[in-house]
Design a protein around this ligand. Structure first.
Ligand SMILES: [Zn+2]
Length: 371
């Protein structure tokens, strides 16, 4: 909690029942890195009533624009892609070995149900694992890429291929959205579809509150973040923005086995996280903090060595340098299928982006000194 004021601040919720319905549909839909288009279509359909124009690029990044004719351009951004697996090798016996598409976690794979994406539609499978009984007296093996495998119920390579599965098909988990204890949204790839949801909510609030902006606002849902910020790199060059406010998730470090000495001290429910890193422009970041304090939005602080590891870096280091900042949503259990984000943090990230936009002027000067 920032500021010297110790009084309890009443939480202001902005997410509606209808928007949660969209969020659930969006989270349940798979959006694997490089193959995000179904999720992008859902997202653009939700966003369209709140913007003046929409477009997509060759790799699937989706954009909604308010005031498309304006010269001064502000981006609010999230990434759309979900970590997944690629089919890498089909054995003669019909089992499937995988490689990562993004930072998928081998430790959580055993016993998970999966969806294999083929041209013939979804084929179901499971990550099998040897029974505890059969491991008695043997050395316990940890799951690694060398020993996890998908079983589709087939007994030969030919049978697997007849289902439409080939090397290069992507594989996602089928875990669904849920609300836990009326406090957390839980699901796959809240990282960072929660971000896509939040920036769309910002557009909805601007429209519903009849706010006019003195600049062009580009609401950007980038592809391919999980394999190196690639979608953001592409779209930054295309839009050539003057300012970029990026949202992504960061680790709630209060759960077991996380070292606060190296990872910092961040908790779900305590508000959006403002980042300090060379890529984060000093005066844009100060504006975020001022806006949070003025509007009594709780926030936390995080420092990053070298880079933020988010699309912030891609925008900051594009086009000769774009003033960029990062607003992160604390998240528990990143890159598992039960990623958890706090409902109040989601409201507060939306509010912080929204109020910051209302504080940015046409031609806003962010340089620390002019000459
Ligand atoms: Zn991620």
């Amino acid at each position: 909690m920032a500021g010297k004021n110790k009084k309890e601040v009443q939480h202001i919720s902005v997410v509606t029942e209808d928007s949660v319905k969209f969020f659930e549909k969006y989270i349940n839909n798979p959006s694997p890195t490089g193959f995000e288009w179904q999720g992008q279509r859902l997202w653009l359909d939700y966003l369209a009533p709140y913007v003046d124009d929409t477009f997509t690029d060759n790799y699937g990044t989706a954009v909604g624009v308010i005031n498309p004719e304006a010269d001064f351009k502000v981006v609010i951004e999230a990434h759309a892609d979900e970590i997944s697996w690629f089919v890498n090798y089909i054995t003669k016996d019909g089992l499937i070995y995988v490689i990562r598409n993004g930072g998928s976690d081998h430790q959580i794979a055993p016993s998970k149900k999966v969806n294999i994406h083929t041209d013939k539609g979804i084929v179901k499978g499971v990550f099998g694992w040897p029974a505890i009984h059969t491991r008695a007296g043997e050395k316990e093996e940890a799951p690694t890429l060398k020993n996890i495998f998908v079983d589709t119920g087939c007994t030969s390579q030919e049978e697997v291929e007849a289902l439409g599965i080939h090397v290069g098909c992507v594989i996602t988990y089928d875990d669904d959205f849920m609300i836990l204890n009326d406090r957390y949204y839980v699901g796959r790839a809240m990282d960072n579809r929660a971000g896509g949801f939040m920036i769309a909510e910002v557009a909805r609030l601007l429209k519903e509150n009849n706010k006019t902006l003195p600049f062009g606002l580009y609401i950007v849902n980038s592809v391919q973040e999980e394999i190196g910020l690639r979608g953001a790199e592409m779209i930054a060059q295309r839009i050539k923005p003057n300012v970029a406010i990026v949202t992504d998730v960061t680790h709630d470090t209060t759960t077991p086995m996380i070292n606060k000495i190296t990872q910092g001290d961040l908790a779900s429910g305590k508000g959006p996280v403002v980042s300090y890193a060379p890529a984060v422009q000093i005066n844009l970041n100060k504006l975020l903090v001022q806006v949070a304090e003025k509007n009594e939005i709780p926030f936390q602080r995080q420092a990053s060595s070298r880079s933020t590891g988010t699309d912030t870096d891609a925008f900051a280091y594009s086009n000769g340098g774009v003033p960029s900042a990062l607003i992160s949503l604390p998240l528990r259990y990143m890159h598992t299928t039960v990623e958890m984000v706090h409902k109040e943090d989601v409201d507060n990230v939306i509010r912080l982006i929204y109020e910051t936009l209302l504080s940015i002027e046409n031609g806003h000067e962010f340089r620390t000194f002019l000459k």
